[in-house]
Design a protein around this ligand. Structure first.
Ligand code: ZN
Length: 292
């Protein structure tokens, strides 16, 4: 797996892959059947296999500006107890890939998570000397106040038994950052630094945010999980089973697609298989992704 990278004005964005598949994509997007996908020919070959299966990826983005070095979403992480066997006590080379791409852990000065699901917070912490500690001790971690409050309430009321290990995830990947005093609580819209802004994109989770980049007249948009797969660009009404509020997620997705189609900015998909990025254009009543 190579690290793709893009220029957005003076900002450099680099994709750091962790896994080149996501388990249960069929269950995540139940309407994306092989027959339905065959009606969207531009999805092949990058995003759908010849036998009609959804391709996906788990990766982080490093956003390097003149001021900041920001890690956006922190994947699954190593050593963590997880229900899914492919994620349980993972021993992957993510930190080596990050370092090989030019970003040893001490270079990361800001960590942010588009939301607090298991595949977006894992590398917030790592296992050292018998406990979970922040992986990026020099960084401040930006946590959305609404997102944090939502999961704290779910866990306290015991209603978060959704198979995503949310209680355990919070305990091993969020709480140690809070305990270390590295968390900064923010409300979107929020300017992280010149050219980098968190914008509210609620629905997949209540406090979900996306990341807007602006530099020297160029722009880019990091989706987070407001869409999991490019098929939702063609079919914005296809909900993900993991959406906490599917109707709101759908409305947000339509609005985001209309906005990025109008602006022509680069769209970086948080779970899109390589080439990961493209430009959204209108396609009849809907949209499509143009990749180079
Ligand atoms: Zn995700």
């Amino acid at each position: 797996m190579k690290s793709e990278s893009w220029r957005v004005g003076s900002i450099r964005v680099t994709c750091i892959p962790e896994q080149d598949r996501i388990p249960g994509m069929k269950a995540l997007l139940p309407e994306a059947t092989p027959d339905a996908l065959a009606e969207i020919p531009w999805l092949r070959p990058h995003f759908v296999t010849t036998d009609g299966k959804l391709k996906a990826s788990i990766h982080a983005f490093v956003v390097e500006t003149e001021e900041r070095c920001i890690l956006v979403d922190t994947c699954i992480g190593n050593d963590k107890p997880r229900s899914y066997a492919g994620w349980n006590h993972l021993q992957g080379p993510f930190l080596t890939r990050l370092s090989d791409a030019g970003y040893p852990t001490e270079r990361i000065d800001t960590v942010l998570c588009t939301h607090m699901h298991v595949d977006h917070v894992g590398w917030n912490t790592c296992w050292r000397n018998g406990r979970w500690v922040p992986t990026f001790p020099e960084a401040r971690y930006l946590f959305g106040r609404m997102e944090l409050a939502h999961w704290q309430a779910e866990i306290e009321s015991g209603t978060s038994e959704d198979g995503l290990d949310q209680g355990q995830v919070f305990a091993d990947s969020i709480q140690p950052v809070l305990d270390a005093g590295l968390a900064v609580f923010v409300d979107a819209p929020y300017e992280v630094c010149t050219g980098v802004r968190l914008v509210p994109t609620p629905g997949h989770t209540p406090g979900h945010v996306s990341v807007e980049l602006r530099s020297e007249g160029a722009g880019a948009f990091i989706t987070g999980d407001i869409m999991h797969h490019p098929c939702q660009i063609a079919r914005p009404h296809w909900a993900a089973s993991a959406d906490v509020e599917p109707t709101l997620a759908m409305a947000t997705r339509r609005q985001v697609l209309a906005d990025v189609a109008a602006s022509g900015e680069l769209v970086l998909g948080s779970h899109f298989a390589a080439p990961t990025a493209g430009r959204v254009v209108r396609d009849g009543d809907s949209f499509r992704l143009l990749t180079d």
